[in-house]
Design a protein around this ligand. Structure first.
Ligand SMILES: Cc1ncc(C[n+]2csc(CCO)c2C)c(N)n1
Length: 204
């Protein structure tokens, strides 16, 4: 089993995670500011927990994977800075509470932290990869600017490197760990879909 196969075996779940009406509205320009703002407020909080999950993955990783994982942490650092700048520009607070979808997603990451490395590396790839795929189609202004990093070739290349290290970890994983990875991948897809939906519902 490898990352690519996961997206094919669970085509429907993968599609729902990466093709939400929220994204269609970014492309047409119909997304309402309140919807983007909710995404931003909630995704900042998610980003904090994701950083910790990333640290757990790094802690379990073999040294030959450090290079790529450390470069990912640099990307997250830039992303967390971007949240602060963009929140200021839009007069948003980053001190809100997580809504249920975000809270459940974060709880999933915390529970996963002590699982075997192949599970962590694959879910890490999966989470980053959803945004690379989700932002692949051109978006209308201002969302083209706001999501420009996820749409960039730099991000695409980074996600590809994550795929390579996850695939390497999966190759030597036990069957049991591979099955667990597959189950968690499916749950991750459902959390992604629910996260977009939660932001989309900022406007009734
Ligand atoms: C719910 C949710 N899922 C995935 C990502 C993707 N992602 C996680 S951290 C980061 C910055 C660069 O590593 C990106 C793009 C997200 N932001 N929010």
């Amino acid at each position: 089993m490898n990352c690519q196969q996961l997206t094919v075996t669970h085509k429907q779940a993968w599609h729902s995670a990466t093709n939400h009406p929220f994204l269609l509205d970014c492309r047409s320009g119909n997304l309402q500011p309140a919807q983007f703002n909710r995404w931003l407020e909630q995704d900042y909080l998610f980003g904090i927990e994701f950083t910790r999950f990333f640290a757990a993955t790094l802690q379990a990783a073999p040294p030959n994977h450090f290079d790529i994982l450390l470069s990912g942490l640099t990307g997250i650092k830039a992303e967390l800075c971007w949240f602060h700048t963009t929140a200021k520009e839009r007069n948003l607070s980053l001190h809100n509470a997580l809504l249920p979808a975000g809270e459940e997603y974060c709880r999933f990451l915390i529970a996963l932290s002590h699982r075997p490395y192949p599970v962590l590396a694959t879910i890490l790839w999966g989470i980053e990869s959803t945004y690379s795929v989700a932002c692949r189609e051109p978006m209308a202004s201002p969302y083209d600017q706001l999501f420009s990093y996820c749409a960039s070739d730099t991000f695409k290349d980074y996600v590809h490197q994550l795929e390579q290290i996850a695939d390497e970890a999966l190759t030597s994983a036990t069957e049991e760990t591979q099955s667990e990875t597959e189950a968690e991948f499916l749950i991750m897809c459902r959390h992604e879909k629910a996260f977009w939906q939660m932001a989309y519902e900022a406007v009734a």
